[in-house]
Design a protein around this ligand. Structure first.
Ligand code: 5RP
Length: 229
C-alpha cells in the first residue's frame, strides 16, 4: 500500500469512529494536513449527522466548507455552552504514550487550542509516524516575528538547532522555527519550558494533552491504541 492509501484507510476508520461515538448533531473538531484532508472527504459522506465543525486552520475551514459542512467559531461554541466531544487530527510523530510532535503543516497553535477544548483527541496516522522516542522530526515552534532571534538563542541554549521555515507565515501571522536535534527526554517538561520562552506562541509538542486514541494505518489494517488512563 502507498502512504496515501494508508492515510485514506485510517481516514475511513476515523469516520466510522465518529459515526459510532459522536452524538447526533454534536460538534466535531477537525485537524489539518493530508491525513486530515482525507478524513474531511470521508466525513462529508455523513455530514447530515454532524452539528458543525470547528476548523484548526484556514485550509481545513476551506475544505470543510467546500463539502458543505458548516464551520463554527470556537468562541461561539464555548459561549453557547456547546460540547465538542471529538477532535480528529494527524501527527508528525507519536509515541507509545500518545504524546506527539505536530505542526508540520504550521497549524500547531490552532490545533492545540481546538484539541484543548475537545473531549477526546483521536489521532490518525500511518505507521511511519509511530516512534519509540520523539524528536527525529524537527520540533515546530510558532514565534512572534520580532522575537525570532531571541527565541532562537533560547532554543540553542536548550540544545536544539532552530531553523526558520522559509516562506511560511502561519494563519496567526507568525513565523515557524523548526528545531533540529533536540533531545526530548521528558516531553511534558520540554513542552512547558519552550512555551515559557518570551515570544513563543506555542510549540508542537502535544504531551501535556496528548491523544486519547490512536488509529494507526498498517498494511494489515487499522490498529487502535488507547492512552493509559
Ligand atoms: C499540521 C499537523 C499535521 O497533523 C501533521 O503535519 C501531519 O500531517 P500529514 O497528515 O499531512 O502527514 O500537525 O500542522
Amino acid at each position: 500500500m502507498t502512504q496515501d492509501e494508508l492515510k485514506q484507510s485510517v481516514a475511513r476508520a476515523a469516520c466510522e469512529y465518529v459515526a459510532a461515538h459522536l452524538p447526533r448533531s454534536a460538534i466535531l473538531g477537525v485537524g489539518t494536513g493530508s491525513t486530515a484532508n482525507f478524513f474531511i472527504d470521508a466525513v462529508a459522506q455523513i455530514k447530515q449527522r454532524i452539528g458543525g465543525a470547528v476548523a484548526s486552520s484556514e485550509a481545513t475551514r476551506a475544505r470543510l466548507e467546500a463539502h458543505g459542512i458548516p464551520v463554527l467559531d470556537l468562541n461561539a461554541v464555548i459561549d453557547e455552552g456547546r460540547e465538542m466531544p471529538i477532535y480528529v487530527d494527524g501527527a508528525d510523530e507519536i509515541d507509545a504514550n500518545l504524546a506527539m510532535i505536530k505542526g508540520g503543516g504550521a497549524a500547531l497553535t490552532r490545533e492545540k487550542i481546538v484539541a484543548a477544548v475537545a473531549g477526546k483527541f483521536i489521532c490518525v496516522c500511518d505507521e511511519s509516524k509511530l516512534v519509540t522516542r520523539l524528536g527525529k522530526f524537527p520540533l515546530p515552534v510558532e514565534v512572534i516575528p520580532m522575537a525570532r532571534a531571541q527565541v532562537a538563542r533560547a532554543l540553542v541554549a536548550l540544545g536544539g538547532e532552530p531553523r526558520l521555515r522559509a516562506g511560511v507565515i502561519t494563519d496567526n501571522g507568525n513565523i515557524i522555527l523548526d528545531v533540529h536535534d533536540l533531545a526530548i527526554r521528558d516531553a511534558i517538561l520540554l513542552e512547558a519550558r519552550i512555551n515559557q520562552i518570551t515570544g513563543v506562541v506555542t510549540n508542537g509538542l502535544f504531551a501535556a494533552r496528548g491523544a486519547d486514541v490512536l488509529l494507526l494505518a498498517t498494511p494489515n489494517g487499522v490498529k487502535t491504541l488507547k492512552a493509559a488512563s
